[in-house]
Design a protein. Structure first.
Length: 419
């Protein structure tokens, strides 16, 4: 899964060398790119409304599909042409550029957005940040998993100023991952967790029927790449803290606040099954690590209302969370390896669709009871935890995400850790 930095940059470096050899000047390179016949077609009717293509950026095509792999191959050809023609200009990350601003840097921004296909050349060159640039920037932001606010903040600048050779290398690396995954049957229905995108797709008959924002593992507690089948749903689950969390989180918290366990409805269970009073434990040592920590069902439970189980050697799962605010974060890498799911009950209802007696009404009624209920999924649904940081859905739409775990081999792509 991991690609060495040396391997990645050797390919990107060769592309960069070709770029230097193939461009006489910045202007001629720019002209070559926007006039290239394979760069992509623009709308016949160009105005600020239709030029953005933001709606076309969103697709029902699954990230894991042979079609996506084919589109990535096409994107590699297009980005190879961009690199050979000199790439795109670096936009000075010194000012906030947004609608209404008039500044020489806007011309550089226009050129950058034209080269990547977000802004039509018919928008022309001007230092004015007009509605054309606004819509083009928002399109760029959507393609990079950023809030489409039309403002050049630090994440937008960082994503924009990743060089074309490195983006080309990122596409090549991810094509290998997609080919590996899509050469075998994925199933008529499956769930795909895209780790670097922190997003989940529920796929049926070759199209995405629902997408869910996710929270995945921290850099030092990574969500693993895996394949399995969802075989159990637990409503109102107990939460049993892994030993790693006991050592890294619970023991330090108890040293600061002796009431932490009581306030969070967490019980200490001895190896013989009896409940232990936390005040009888020496928290200055790691004695507590020999006990089991179990949190009762309820609104403050770490998994909230739902746990989605599937066999795997990493002991990870998907679940609800009481911390719904985390789904609004730009960086959603907060967990200890498991995956939190926004609107998880919609996903669970879809998973349990063919399980008799478990329609949405019954799911909601059971959750309200706060009774711990285990449900065997009648038709286990394949689930894939994948690492895809670059893909294409066709029509010249190429998506990139932060290489949060550094699997792509180029430090330039680890945007979150650099900011």
């Amino acid at each position: 899964m991991k690609t060495s930095r040396r391997v990645f940059l050797s390919g990107a470096g060769a592309a960069a060398a070709a770029a230097v050899a193939g461009s006489a000047s910045a202007q001629s390179a720019f002209d070559a790119i926007i006039n290239a016949p394979r760069r992509g077609a623009w709308d016949d009717q160009f105005d600020a409304q239709v030029s953005s293509g933001r709606d076309r950026v969103v697709s029902t095509l699954p990230v894991l599909s042979p079609e996506t792999a084919s589109y990535v191959e096409q994107a590699i050809v297009a980005y190879s042409n961009i690199v050979a023609s000199g790439g795109w200009p670096m936009v000075p990350a010194t000012k906030k550029l947004q609608l209404g601003v008039i500044d020489p840097d806007v011309e550089v921004l226009r050129r950058r957005l034209m080269v990547s296909g977000d802004l039509s050349p018919r928008a022309g060159m001007s230092p004015a940040f007009d509605s054309y640039v606004d819509e083009a920037l928002k399109r760029f932001q959507v393609r990079h998993g950023l809030p489409a606010d039309g403002v050049t903040g630090r994440y937008t600048f960082s994503s924009m100023n990743v060089s074309a050779p490195v983006r080309l290398g990122q596409l090549q690396t991810n094509l290998g991952r997609l080919r590996e995954m899509t050469t075998k049957p994925l199933g008529q229905r499956f769930v795909m967790v895209n780790i670097p995108a922190a997003q989940i797709e529920a796929v049926e008959n070759g199209r995405v029927v629902s997408r869910h924002t996710a929270v995945v593992g921290k850099i030092d507690r990574q969500t693993p790449v895996l394949s399995s089948k969802i075989n159990e749903i637990i409503l109102n689950p107990y939460w049993n803290a892994p030993v790693s969390i006991v050592r890294k989180d619970i023991i330090p918290l108890m040293r600061k606040d002796p009431n932490y366990l009581t306030n969070n409805n967490i019980r200490m269970i001895a190896p013989d099954g009896r409940e232990v009073d936390p005040l009888t434990v020496d928290w200055s040592t790691e004695e507590a690590a020999k006990y089991r920590f179990r949190q009762d069902p309820g609104k403050i439970n770490a998994m909230a209302s739902v746990k989605i189980n599937f066999p795997n050697q990493h002991a990870v799962y998907m679940h609800d969370t009481p911390q719904q605010n985390l789904f609004r974060d730009q960086e959603r890498f907060h967990s200890s390896g498991c995956v939190r799911v926004q609107n998880v009950r919609d996903l669970v209802a879809w998973i349990l669709r063919d399980t008799p007696g478990w329609d949405r009404r019954q799911i909601e009624t059971t959750i309200q009871s706060q009774e711990d209920i285990h449900i065997n999924v009648a038709e286990p649904v394949p689930v894939y935890f994948s690492y895809v940081s670059a893909w294409s859905t066709g029509d010249g739409v190429v998506h990139f995400r932060d290489d949060i775990y550094g699997f792509d081999g180029a430090a330039e792509l680890q945007i979150s850790t650099a900011i």
